[in-house]
Design a protein around this ligand. Structure first.
Ligand SMILES: [Zn+2]
Length: 243
């Protein structure tokens, strides 16, 4: 994209954004599991399914003007073209929770008690470690989680233990992190607009490499806190319904 900010895209630039949106949707459709998030001032009641966080580095990409496109960083195993483009990765510890909030989907249907990813970031990681020291395990424990300000991580920072619960069936099984959070393939990275510096073989295909040198978004370092996405129209707690 260009360095100049604009509320529209024209011609080839617009088509390229659409390609990136589609590529992201394809990745997320395969692996898409909703993520827990709170807006500033919000709280939610969740029950943890597990207690062994699955830690990764991940990027939050701005595509088509929107944040919330999470891509696992590959820098621990090979050169990461997203890092090379100047994007920073965030250390994130994943757990699985049952979110008791009720969401109204776009089709009007209500859903609640969804099994979703809980991405712990920043100081929340150490808070979870402290909770594990205190309670032994978080699995089968219900907490009220609150996020006070927009400067706090959107996973919330304040945990109030409510009670022990029994999760049954699929709700007792954590997300398959190694599949859901699998890092992107070089092809997927290219589709997202990132080309690896070491992937010289791509120039041998005879195809024009349209993605070379492009970065997704037009990011500025200060923008990273603006990761809030409306996960649903309205959300209310309905704790009793879960058990
Ligand atoms: Zn990376």
């Amino acid at each position: 994209m260009s360095d100049t900010k604009s509320w529209y895209s024209k011609g080839a630039d617009g088509f390229k954004v659409k390609d990136q949106i589609d590529a992201t949707m394809a990745v997320r459709k395969e692996r898409g599991v909703p993520r827990f998030m709170l807006k500033a001032g919000e709280e939610a009641i969740v029950a943890f399914c597990d207690s062994i966080p699955f830690f990764i580095w991940e990027h939050n990409l701005k595509i088509g003007g929107r944040w919330g496109n999470y891509v696992t960083c590959v820098k621990e195993i090979r050169s990461c073209p997203i890092d090379d483009s100047g994007e920073r990765a965030t250390y994130t510890g994943y757990l699985t929770v049952i979110d008791t909030r009720e969401f109204i989907r776009n089709d009007g249907n209500k859903v609640k008690n969804r099994k979703i990813l809980y991405p712990a970031k920043g100081s929340t990681i150490k808070r979870l470690e402290d909770l594990m020291k205190k309670y032994g395990t978080l699995a089968g424990r219900a907490f009220k989680i609150k996020r006070y300000s927009k400067d706090d991580p959107n996973c919330g920072t304040d945990f109030e233990f409510l009670k022990q619960v029994t999760l049954k069936g699929d709700n007792a099984v954590p997300v398959e992190y190694d599949k859901i959070l699998a890092p992107p393939t070089p092809e997927e990275l290219v589709a997202l607009g990132f080309t690896s510096n070491i992937a010289g073989q791509q120039t041998d295909t005879g195809l024009e490499n349209l993605a070379t040198g492009t970065t997704v978004g037009g990011t500025k370092p200060g923008d990273k806190t603006a990761t809030e996405l409306g996960a649903g129209a309205t959300a209310t707690n309905s704790f009793e319904d879960l058990f």
